[in-house]
Design a protein around this ligand. Structure first.
Ligand code: UD1
Length: 420
């Protein structure tokens, strides 16, 4: 167990290199189950969530080797179709193995990943899609037992453009007999990266990045080498850290098209930035206006940047309203920010933030991954020292965060917390 100790008041300056996208690499690792040949992933971030996904692949009989940011995966033979309970319990994204393992093996047993702090997070759309392809899904002592003698292409309409359901169905459909059309799908860049990867394995996925995806099932998948896209949420987090601290930071390895909703809001708040070939330079005076945001599916404002953006607004000039439309309980960070002197009122899915000239260091807890980034941003803006607990959540999604912020001149360190 560890905590982060942050001294606020320092402007961040310099360059920071963004890692490969967590939310792209997780389904891509799952998709490696489609082939018996070796897959090499470049720019695979070294994160707890990625480690957990690899453990699931190993439990199925796969071999996984990491060398720096390169990940080699080979699942020559499926030796088990049951995902380890204790790992699935910690990683909601483990549900991504359902589609590809079902396609390869005809059966998968996995415990329901359950809810988490930000909402109940059902998986009905994943199940509906797999059933439409011909799978039988049964609940057996808390496990989902999913079977299919063969999967057959179908027309599937998603009631909500769920990222995970789009990915799961796309993977299963890749090996189904005939053509599958999935309508009202998610359009996130990570969906496009997964579709590209499936196609590199020999699959036939068309339309990823639009609201309709068409998948022609194939029988043979082969090995491939793939470079994971940069993490737009990590990039957005560093852009906001720079903006919040009055910094001058070049955020490197960014696809700026993926960040347009955030950049538009930063411009509205009065932050100067320059988009360059391989990155974005932010030049902030430390003064910014309050602006409103409403989270939406891509290409709207991403829910994964809501917490950190809200934290930023606690020191803006004026009042802002943050509306969360994707998850029903994603304001857990608000209570923690109040400990630092922030003035925020929550009414249902709206948070109303009255910007204040200063925040004060305090002991706070990262209640989930993105709330953790919000705590770091607030602590860097605050006067005095803050201690951030719940660091295990932050380690799920931010690679080398202490080293990266330290290299930018931020005062942050990781210290052990004595076990009780
Ligand atoms: C993914 C991301 C997560 C991001 C989220 C929304 C990964 C590993 N995680 O999560 O970081 O916050 O997209 O951009 O990529 N829903 C249902 N039924 C379902 C599935 C989802 O009702 O079967 C609901 C959820 O409860 C939620 C909404 O749809 O309210 C969005 O969820 P979804 O897009 O599926 O998010 P995830 O794939 O879980």
């Amino acid at each position: 167990m560890s905590k982060l100790v942050v001294s606020g008041g320092k402007s961040l300056e310099g360059r920071v290199m963004i890692s490969g996208a967590k939310n792209a690499v997780l389904p891509i690792i799952a998709a490696s189950l489609l082939t018996g040949e070796r897959v090499r992933l470049d720019e695979a971030p070294d994160l707890i969530d990625v480690e957990h996904m690899c453990r699931i692949i190993q439990a199925f009989g796969g071999k996984v080797e990491r060398c720096g940011t390169q990940l080699d995966i080979e699942v020559a033979e499926i030796q088990s179709c049951e995902a380890p309970y204790e790992v699935v319990d910690q990683l909601r994204a483990s549900i991504f193995v359902m589609g590809p393992l079902l396609a390869r093996n005809g059966r998968v047993r996995i415990n329901h990943p359950g809810g988490c702090a930000i909402g109940s997070r059902p998986i009905n759309l994943h199940i509906k899609g797999l059933e439409a392809l011909g799978a039988q899904v049964e609940m057996d002592q808390g496990f989902l037992d999913v079977k299919a003698k063969r999967l057959v292409g179908a027309r599937i309409f998603l009631d909500f453009p769920s990222v995970g359901a789009t990915e799961n169905i796309m993977m299963a459909a890749s090996a189904a007999q005939g053509v599958t059309t999935i309508e009202n799908v998610a359009m996130e860049p990570e969906i496009v990266d997964l579709a590209n990867f499936i196609n590199e394995l020999g699959g036939k996925v068309r339309g990823a990045g639009t609201s309709v995806i068409q998948v022609e099932g194939v029988t043979n998948f082969h090995g491939a080498r793939h470079t994971v896209i940069p993490d737009r949420i990590e990039a957005g987090s560093y852009l906001l850290l720079a903006a919040a601290t009055g910094g001058d930071v070049f955020v490197e390895n960014v696809i700026s098209a993926h960040l347009q909703p955030l950049l538009a809001k930063m411009a509205e708040a009065g932050i100067a930035f320059r988009e360059e070939d391989d990155g974005i330079r932010v030049m902030s005076s430390g003064k910014f206006r309050a602006v409103d945001i409403k989270t939406q599916v891509h290409p709207g404002f991403p829910t994964d940047l809501q917490a950190i953006f809200l934290a930023w607004m606690t020191r803006a000039a004026g009042m802002s309203v943050v509306v969360e439309t994707i998850f029903e309980n994603r304001f857990m960070h608000v209570d923690e920010l109040r400990r630092m002197g922030a003035e925020i009122r929550v009414e249902g899915r709206n948070a109303i933030i009255q910007g204040k000239p200063r925040l004060f260091g305090a002991n706070v807890t990262a209640t989930d991954l993105r709330a953790g980034a919000a705590m770091i941003l607030a602590a860097l803006m605050a006067e005095g020292v803050s201690e951030i607990y719940g660091v295990q959540h932050i380690d799920r999604g931010y690679e080398n965060i202490v080293a990266k912020i330290t290299a930018l001149g931020g005062k942050i360190s990781r210290l052990p917390v004595a076990a009780e």
